[in-house]
Design a protein around this ligand. Structure first.
Ligand SMILES: NC(=O)c1ccc[n+]([C@@H]2O[C@H](COP(=O)([O-])OP(=O)(O)OC[C@H]3O[C@@H](n4cnc5c(N)ncnc54)[C@H](O)[C@@H]3O)[C@@H](O)[C@H]2O)c1
Length: 358
């Protein structure tokens, strides 16, 4: 078992990484205030891991809310549904909400926990690789609406995060690869050595070798925490975590979130952002090609779908939260392992650069 202690300005909590976190009640005990516990999960995860967790927490007799699978639940309608269910079943301020599932469940339940009766305890139990290395860490949550992704949400930390790396064994290969895209992103923006390590261990990563996966999750979380600790409320540095995301979100939205998984769209977005980084004379072409090879070896897409024109891409990018006064802020790489923000770019400048790439 590995434990990472997260110390933020107002909150402090542990992230447990190990194969016994779903079955060892003693690890949970300090984080459960009483018997008012609600596990919120999705259908798929409920079939796989809910019974195990219910057995572990049986003395608390947790209630369960099961939602549909995937991104479609990140809406205000689902937010309302959970709040109404909690109120109808007489839950109060001492309730602890347990988010058991991927990033979609984690983001939605995190948002509910931060708003329900002005905030109740939250425990994150991320079951996808993406949620384990990224969305469950750092306190951001949110839901989507017609204008775009994650436009409604809060910063709200959990009391603890419980990660069993073995849960990724049941993910389908696309969801696994989608999580790997975020892992690659963290190495690209912050840790050159980790990027080399990923390249060296590619075979074992694809085989989901237990120790390698655990190490990979641990190292990625450490990077994310280092970045978030510098800028908890995303005023500056934390924005580099959006590397590839301005383009990725636009691609996801173009297909109404149906064609690409988040990490897949981010992989294509990282390729575009790396090519921009090359054009702006920061990254070498050899480094861009190294990234293309790595992403392909991890079974991730690298090409912008032909259907999306540059004008459309830019139009879709306009609702991105990171924009300022209608201009774009785009994360680019100075080197592998070092990112910076390319600020205040007009649509005309961005278009000119993208036309040279495609
Ligand atoms: N809050 C943040 O900081 C942050 C960071 C990155 C991404 N995100 C968000 O995370 C979301 C994507 O998360 P995701 O990739 O985990 O997708 P997801 O939560 O939609 O899960 C993907 C699919 O995997 C299934 N699943 C979950 N765990 C499983 C398991 N162990 N075995 C088999 N199937 C399993 C789910 O039912 C779902 O169908 C996006 O909405 C994105 O915006 C948030």
């Amino acid at each position: 078992m590995k434990i990472i202690n997260c110390k933020f300005s107002k909150e402090q909590y542990p992230v447990f990484i190990g194969n016994t976190v779903l079955t060892d009640e003693s690890i949970w005990k300090p984080y459960l205030k009483g018997n008012d516990i609600v596990i919120i999960t999705c259908k798929q995860v409920s079939n796989l891991y809910l019974t195990t967790l219910q057995k572990t927490l049986f003395t608390y007799n947790p209630e369960v809310i099961v939602l549909d699978n995937g991104e479609q639940i990140k809406t205000l309608e689902h937010f309302n549904h959970i709040i109404n269910t909690l109120l109808a079943t007489k839950h109060g301020r001492k309730t602890t909400l347990i988010a058991l599932g991927g990033g979609s469940i984690g983001d939605l339940v995190g948002f509910v926990a931060s708003c329900f009766l002005r905030g109740v305890d939250l425990i994150q139990v991320p079951t996808t690789l993406l949620a384990q290395v990224d969305s469950s860490i750092g306190g951001k949550n949110g839901v989507n609406n017609a204008y775009g992704k994650n436009l409604i949400g809060t910063f709200y930390h959990p009391k603890a995060v419980f990660i069993n790396p073995n849960t990724i064994a049941t993910l389908n290969h696309r969801d696994f690869a989608s999580g790997l895209a975020e892992v690659v992103k963290y190495s690209l923006i912050y840790d050159n050595d980790f990027y080399d390590w990923l390249e060296e261990n590619i075979k074992l990563i694809n085989q989901q070798h237990q120790l390698i996966i655990q190490e990979m999750i641990y190292r990625t979380i450490k990077i994310k925490l280092a970045i978030v600790l510098e800028d908890e409320y995303e005023n500056n540095k934390r924005a580099i975590c959006n590397f590839g995301h301005s383009f990725g979100h636009a691609i996801e939205r173009f297909f109404d979130y149906k064609k690409y998984l988040h990490g897949e769209a981010v992989a294509i977005g990282m390729v575009i952002a790396s090519r921009l980084s090359y054009q702006l004379e920061h990254l070498t072409i050899a480094e861009v090609n190294r990234l293309l090879t790595l992403l392909q070896q991890l079974n991730l897409p690298i090409n912008l779908p032909e259907k999306i024109t540059i004008n459309k891409l830019i139009e879709l990018m306009k609702t991105d939260k990171k924009n300022q006064h209608g201009n774009f802020n785009i994360v680019i790489l100075s080197n592998i392992g070092m990112a910076r923000l390319w600020r205040n770019i007009t649509a005309t400048t961005l278009k000119k650069h993208l036309e040279q790439i495609f």
